[in-house]
Ligand binder design. Structure first.
Ligand SMILES: *Cc1c(COP(=O)(O)O)cnc(C)c1O
Length: 498
């Protein structure tokens, strides 16, 4: 076929539809026939399979390419839709969003300027408005879609940094100082349980990792407001400037939600920015039963929300919201070839004025179709189901003497370890690391691992509303079996050594 035959045009539209359906059918068949989350393939097994493909020798048909792909990728992919995938913050995705994904990539709007997107820009803006309203950010709020929570946090902190610098520039003592000198005294206050993208952002923003002041947490891994107050006071006494307080609404490990009203009050007292990282907990804005957990979020200056976590959207889809639209001006840069200032004066909506990205996907369409088919309540029901499941599993683990639960469920994660009676700390560490690897290698279930006070724990992240307590009991049985296996092997080795 002539290469131009592969361009999607009016002439090829019909074949485009047929080809995409072939790909979709392959995925549907694969998913329908997949009974566990993973094949257990190792990098050593998969790398030669990928390396063996001759990229200089194209295949004659799409059918052949898809058949090859089934072996190279689909057979050994990790499937988040499976009820025994309980590892990271990956969600099964809703079908309306997948229809949106197909549409947005085919039309291929780019959300940087109106003349590359038209109505897509208006749809994105409506969804930013919808999110801001649900968060209670007020009538002057605005924001922009981003590629993920990491990008949203970076943008939120960049705006906070530039806002702090703008204030410093008004101080006569700072007159004539260049940016690096002004950045030197800025500090970010965030709990020791916050996401690593906060520290990474501090580094990227020229502040350095050590500009982040880790604030201690209570036993539920929520930022301790008294400790935050003390940290702010110590820092001010040193003559440093608080650039931002970052509260987390749904920590990655524990799902803990920092005390937002107290963080907001301290931010006001110290005249500093409050950024709320609700990458995980943001979905609560759709929940009828658990929405109250976000009480106080409306007082934030900026908020990160990940639609690709608790809104059941495919990667990528996230947003950064700000309470005062004018603050987005901190990232505005006019370029004559793209978004001239004259366009802003003519009120042409160019989203690039608000974004760190230039060319940008129309991810908002996925959420749009989701809301048009399921409504916010439909998303909320899916989230409520996993919050309820986590509470049930939490009770079950707390009552089981073989398991050591680190904290009761707060959102939809559980940190725990398998520790039957008579196991010392060192063995428990090795045992739980082994269990996680053994499960992944078997592909029967996927759970995550984390560390707590230097000890190795396992973690469930529950985001599949179809997962039942029975599924979790099966995973726990697999954990016990892998554990028993390990302990038996250790006993044998010890026996041989003797
Ligand atoms: C997942 C997560 C992030 C990062 O989001 P990405 O979309 O993975 O970039 C940031 N903060 C928290 C609390 C998260 O759980």
């Amino acid at each position: 076929m002539a290469a131009t035959g592969q361009l999607l045009t009016a002439r090829t539209a019909e074949r485009y539809a047929a080809d995409v359906v072939q790909g979709v059918n392959l995925v549907a068949e694969t998913i329908a026939g997949t009974a566990k989350p993973f094949s257990g393939a190792t990098p050593a097994q998969l790398a030669p399979v990928v390396d063996a493909i001759d990229l200089q020798a194209p295949l004659p048909t799409l059918a052949a390419a898809l058949e090859e792909l089934a072996g190279v990728y689909l057979k050994d992919a990790v499937y988040f839709h499976d009820t025994k995938y309980a590892a990271h913050l990956n969600c099964p995705v809703v079908i309306p969003a997948l229809v949106g994904e197909a549409i947005l990539s085919a039309v291929n709007s780019s959300l940087d300027t109106w003349d590359q997107s038209a109505g897509a820009t208006l749809i994105e803006r409506r969804l930013i408005r919808w999110t801001a309203d649900r968060l209670g950010l007020g009538g002057r709020a605005d924001g922009v879609f981003t590629s993920g929570g990491t990008a949203s946090n970076l943008q939120g902190l960049l705006i906070a940094r530039n806002h702090a610098v703008a204030k410093l520039r008004l101080d006569p003592r700072c007159e004539g100082q260049r940016l690096p000198a002004l950045l030197d005294g800025l500090r970010i206050f965030t709990s020791e349980a916050s996401h690593f993208s906060i520290a990474k952002s501090a580094s990227l923003l020229g502040l350095g990792y050590d500009a982040v002041v880790p604030v201690p947490c209570d036993s539920l891994r929520r930022m301790d407001p008294e400790a935050l107050r003390t940290a702010l006071d110590i820092s001010s006494a040193r003559g440093e400037t608080p650039m931002a307080i970052v509260a987390t609404a749904g920590t990655t490990d524990f799902g803990s939600i920092d005390p937002l009203p107290a963080a907001a009050a301290l931010a006001r007292e110290h005249d500093t920015w409050l950024h709320v990282d609700a990458a995980y907990g943001g979905g609560l804005i759709t929940s009828m039963r658990h929405r109250h957990l976000l009480t106080g979020v409306g007082a934030a200056d900026s908020v990160t929300v990940d639609y690709h976590k608790t809104f059941f959207q495919p990667v990528s889809s996230s947003a950064l919201l700000v309470r005062d639209a004018a603050m987005l001006g901190h990232v505005t840069y006019y370029a004559d070839y793209l978004n001239p200032e004259s366009a802003a004066r003519e009120l042409i909506p160019n989203q690039v004025d608000k974004s760190l990205q230039t060319t940008r996907r129309f991810d908002a369409l996925k959420l749009w179709l989701t809301l048009r088919l399921m409504g916010a309540d439909g998303i909320g029901l899916l989230l409520d189901a996993v919050v309820d499941l986590a509470a049930d599993v939490s009770g079950m683990l707390a009552d089981d003497p073989d398991f050591d639960l680190a904290a009761p469920a707060q959102l939809s994660t559980l940190v725990f370890r398998y520790r039957p009676a008579g196991i010392d700390e060192a063995t428990a560490d090795a045992l739980n690391q082994h269990i996680r690897k053994a499960l992944f290698a078997s592909g029967e279930a996927v759970v995550a691992g984390t560390k707590l006070a230097e000890h190795h724990y396992l973690k469930f992240t529950l985001l599949n509303a179809e997962t039942t307590l029975a599924d979790i009991m099966e995973i726990l049985a697999l954990i016990r079996a892998a554990g028993a296996n390990y302990l038996a092997g250790k006993a044998t080795v010890a026996g041989v050594a003797r």
